[in-house]
Design a binder for this molecule. Structure first.
Ligand code: FES
Ligand code: FES
Length: 192
């Protein structure tokens, strides 16, 4: 674990549907802790809460995990990009990003997908302007903004006929991304 200072504490989290207790520094941010425990779909781009790469759902709301103290998430339900689809069955938003060639290096995509899913959950038929506003704080270093916007609009169309499926239990939830060694926002080993 990177030396983030603070004392070691236990934090109770439900991550992608799995209840767990994680040991973390009291000074650690949530993105660091999630990545240390294998949820490497949470990216660390700026570590300053401005690029959107570390976005996750916390109790249903989108948060930049790098800007949130892990201790503040104690007792929360966390959903990362790893919960949205599987390699074989992507979430419609993920599939739309692929099909619309919206992915370049891919680093910003988990945050964009989280934000897009949040938008479509609250507004299933957004205008292009609403999509652009929603993605406004998701920075893409490859400068690929047009394709992601097209992908989100495409995903909205694809998901239009899935509302009944959603009402019956939602989209498939994958096994969380696991297996990474410590690679947090506060430490080295970023998988850029
Ligand atoms: S790494 Fe969290 S918003 Fe940039
Ligand atoms: S695709 Fe490379 S940072 Fe967005």
């Amino acid at each position: 674990m990177p030396n983030t200072g603070g004392i070691s504490v236990d934090i109770e989290l439900t991550i992608n549907g799995e209840r767990t207790t994680v040991e973390a520094s009291s000074a650690a941010d949530l993105a660091t802790v999630l990545r240390q425990h294998g949820y490497i779909g949470v990216k660390c781009g700026c570590d300053g809460g401005t690029c959107g790469a570390s976005k996750v759902f916390v109790d249903g709301e989108v948060h930049m995990a790098c800007g949130m103290a892990a201790t503040d998430a104690d007792g929360s339900d966390i959903r990362t990009v790893g919960a949205l689809g599987t390699q074989d069955v992507l979430h419609p938003v993920q599939q739309a990003f692929v099909d619309n060639f919206a992915v370049q290096c891919g680093f910003c995509i988990p945050g964009m997908v989280i934000q897009a899913v949040s938008l479509l959950e609250s507004n299933p038929d957004p205008t292009e302007r609403k999509v652009r506003e929603a993605l406004d704080d998701n920075v893409c270093r490859c400068t690929g903004y047009q394709k992601p916007v097209e992908a989100v609009l495409d995903a909205a169309e694809r998901m239009e006929g899935e509302q009944s499926v959603s009402a019956d239990g939602g989209h498939p939830v994958s096994t969380p991304v696991r297996g990474a060694e410590s690679a947090g926002c506060s430490g080295g080993g970023r998988d850029e």
